[in-house]
Design a protein around this ligand. Structure first.
Ligand SMILES: C[S@@+](CC[C@H](N)C(=O)[O-])C[C@H]1O[C@@H](n2cnc3c(N)ncnc32)[C@H](O)[C@@H]1O
Length: 231
């Protein structure tokens, strides 16, 4: 299915984050980023993060994009090509079961994908599994405030969608099921999950719009596919 108007708008906005340096600022706070040679973007969407990576680390870095949507992958491929990035491994993949070997990447990014994923802990554990020991992860997600402020925005569609997200998030917390695929994440739960899987929080941040940021380091092999669930 071709990308919707809303998705195309999102894509333009996401590329602005490359232009205005927002992605580079967050990436710049990842310790040892200059040594990363293999980088994975899970749920890459328009591919802006990967461009920011290449701009930062040079064309020698090996970049891979995984996304559940062929249309997003196509767009990411075109966008990257238009900026001179030809060598990107683009694969259709579910964040909940990545077709990569354990301990494969120095850095894994997953930005604003958890809200759409049916089983969030599964996706986070997969991200940890594919990291090398000492590898870094960068997770961006929606805090409750993201939807709360949208409840008061102009436009009935936005407000209804935000209300559905709030309800769906609460249902997800109690039942583990998403009745609407845009939920907020609990920073505390993600932190607990990361720690239970041998990771250490390196930094955390929150934008004014309610986007949560967690950077972590995989400090032990405990994580890989161990099947823990944060309780
Ligand atoms: C809001 S966009 C974020 C795109 C990009 N990461 C960014 O920050 O600009 C969400 C992306 O997650 C992808 N996605 C949703 N569910 C997914 C899943 N289960 N596995 C992999 N990708 C998924 C969508 O196709 C879309 O590209």
């Amino acid at each position: 299915m071709p990308l919707t108007e809303e998705e195309m708008k999102y894509s333009a906005q996401a590329w602005e984050y490359v232009e205005n340096g927002y992605y580079r600022r967050l990436l710049g706070r990842v310790p040892g980023i200059e040594r990363c040679r293999k980088v994975l973007d899970v749920g890459a969407g328009p591919g802006g993060w990967l461009l920011a990576i290449v701009e930062m680390l040079g064309s020698g870095v090996e970049i891979s994009a995984a996304d559940i949507s062929d249309d997003w992958l196509l767009l990411a491929g075109e966008k990257l090509k238009s900026r001179g990035v030809e060598k990107a491994g683009l694969s259709r993949m579910d964040a909940q079961s990545l077709a990569f070997e354990d301990n494969s990447f120095d850095l894994a990014i997953s930005s604003l994908v958890l809200p759409y994923v049916p089983d969030e802990p599964k996706a986070v554990r997969e991200m940890i599994r594919v990291l090398v020991k000492g590898g870094k992860g960068l997770l961006l997600f929606h805090e409750p405030y993201f939807y709360l402020r949208r409840l008061f925005k102009k436009g009935l569609k936005i407000r209804l969608s935000a209300a559905a997200s709030m309800v769906s998030s609460v249902v997800y917390i109690f039942t583990g099921r998403k009745i609407y695929r845009r939920t907020f994440q609990s920073r505390q739960l993600i932190e607990r999950l990361l720690k239970a899987n041998g990771c250490r929080i390196v930094y955390s941040d929150r934008s004014k719009a309610g986007i949560g940021v967690l950077c972590f380091s995989k400090d032990s092999f405990l994580a890989a596919g161990a099947g823990h669930r944060a309780s």
